[in-house]
Design a protein around this ligand. Structure first.
Ligand SMILES: [Zn+2]
Length: 164
C-alpha cells in the first residue's frame, strides 16, 4: 500500500471516508476546527478533503469536494488525484474507524460473531483498533458492485472484481 494517498476528511464527508477505507485507503475523519484539520493534514501528509471552500484554500494538499452524491464524490477525488482505484475488498480498512484489518482464525471468531456465521463464513478479519469483525456475506456483493461502478467511472472502462 506504499505510495497510496492518505486522506483526512472533514465532518461533512463521513460517507466518503467510509468508502475510501473500503477501497483500502487510509482515510481519517475529524470534526476538529479548521486550523487543526489543516495542521494535521500537513503534519501527517494527508490530502484534506472538505466541502468548505475556505478550508479548501488553506494549502496545496487541500481538495474541495464539489459533488453531492457519494459515488460522484469518490470518482471526483480519484480523478483529481490521478488515482486508479481497485474494485476489491482485499486491502479494505475498518469502515468504522479506519483501523487496519488482520486475519482472524475461525476459532477466535466463535463467540464474537453469530454462531451460524462462525460456522459458515469462509474467512474473518478483525480490526486491530476497534475490534470490529468482518466476513464476506450477502452485503459483500452490494459493496463490491458499488466499488466496481466507481472504478469503472474513474477508468472509463468495464472493470473486473477482485475477491475479498
Ligand atoms: Zn475499527
Amino acid at each position: 500500500m506504499l505510495g497510496m494517498p492518505r486522506f483526512l476528511c472533514d465532518a461533512m464527508l463521513g460517507s466518503l471516508a467510509r468508502w475510501l477505507r473500503l477501497f483500502g485507503y487510509d482515510a481519517e475523519l475529524s470534526g476538529a476546527p479548521d486550523a487543526e484539520l489543516a495542521e494535521r493534514a500537513r503534519r501527517e501528509e494527508r490530502w484534506l478533503l472538505t466541502r468548505d471552500r475556505e478550508l479548501a484554500s488553506v494549502g496545496p494538499r487541500s481538495l474541495l469536494v464539489r459533488s453531492d452524491g457519494l459515488e460522484e464524490q469518490l470518482v471526483e477525488v480519484f480523478r483529481r488525484l490521478g488515482v486508479t482505484p481497485v474494485a476489491s475488498l482485499s486491502s479494505a480498512r475498518c469502515s468504522r474507524c479506519n483501523g487496519v484489518l488482520a486475519d482472524l482464525d475461525r476459532g477466535d471468531a466463535e463467540g464474537v460473531v453469530p454462531p451460524h456465521v462462525a460456522r459458515t463464513a469462509p474467512r474473518f478479519r478483525r480490526c486491530t483498533s476497534c475490534g470490529a469483525v468482518y466476513w464476506p456475506g450477502s452485503h459483500t456483493e452490494r459493496i463490491l458492485a458499488r466499488l466496481r461502478r466507481v472504478a469503472e467511472a474513474v477508468a472509463g472502462v468495464p472493470v473486473t472484481t477482485g475477491g475479498r
